[in-house]
Design a protein around this ligand. Sequence first.
Ligand code: NAD
Ligand code: TYD
Length: 353
Amino acid sequence: MKNMLVTGGCGFIGANFIRYLLEKSDFDGSVVNVDCLTYAGNPENLSDIEERFPDRYIFVKGDICYKEGMARLFNDYEIDTVCHFAAESHVDRSIVGPAAFIQTNIVGTFNLLELARKNQGRLELFHHISTDEVFGSLGKEGYFTEETAYKPNSPYSASKAASDHLVRAYYKTYDLPVTISNCSNNYGPYQFPEKLLPLMILNAFEGKPLPVYGDGLNVRDWLYVRDHCTAIWTIMKNGKRGETYNIGGDTEMENIRIVEMVCDILDELPVPKRDYPRRELVEFVKDRPGHDRRYAIDFTKLTEELGWMPEESLESGIRKTIKWYLDNQEWVDRVRSGEYQSWIKEQYGQADC
Ligand code: NAD
Ligand code: TYD
């Protein structure tokens, strides 16, 4: 693995992964980050990396659905490894506008697989990043394992399920060296503030309402993004080709409890105090259509076969995340005001995806 193509590296998990790969891991090759910079992609997430690793990191603005451009990129950079993050990733957006999810998540993945197949002689690994949401919703008991049948409920999870099937099919049919990981909900630095944790952290800090869907008793498993990055790299290095690995944090929690945890930590911190407990900001709002009740993930296979375990507890991870958002107000302001988008247009021209 010398020349790695990372797709969607300007998004939340991709940016954390590139940072981990270059700063902390034993990877000693180069990274080509291709990202078309949707609302969720922000090259500023990696501007220091670009400066510090000029010989090992390059950013190319491009759409994974654009066949000719991607083919040139595979060729020019002699890509031997693909780590595929690029996706439309927000369930609520997929309910309002599913088309982009079908295009990027399914057609884009298919396009990359075809290119990988054409470059099979050189290709060492195609690692596909996916989600536990492909398995659908659990009742009160049980866990998703790698053997659980797929039963996706949102356009987002259905599009990710389709892409997982394609990746697996390319292994079975063409012997393409692939691995797949299905991970639970991530949180941590650089997450776009539309997802639960950054939204609640920023609203609670600012004294704005905290919109909790339905009765707030939906359960998610939460993983600190850095732990996801170590898991991905472990699988890429040592995972068996053709296999799927579940990744999770063993941190199941009801949404309302996690929101209350954020409120309580902020109440304790020496940030401008509110004269009321922040929990009072919670507002139960209309439920999301088709809202999955519970996700819980069994990642025994990853632990037993590859020796991976998460390092961060939910509380320590949330404390770190709150600190990051409070310490990075400039990033928050630029992202929320859309200023980063104007900067992107100046630097890279009009968005083309
Ligand atoms: P994100 O929305 O923060 O980032 C997605 C990135 O992909 C953005 O930089 C965006 O510009 C880019 N992108 C979108 N369409 C593209 C296209 N057509 N061509 C090139 N780039 C494109 O998403 P994230 O939360 O970082 O998720 C990354 C991956 O991890 C996704 O595949 C997602 O399904 C998966 N995942 C996410 C979570 C989570 O909790 N966030 C959990 C499990 C799996
Ligand atoms: P989200 O961060 O959108 O991730 P996902 O839907 O992929 O799990 O949402 C996490 C949980 O939080 C989910 O059960 C929906 C809920 N939620 C709210 O209650 N309020 C909100 O404002 C958001 C964004 C999510």
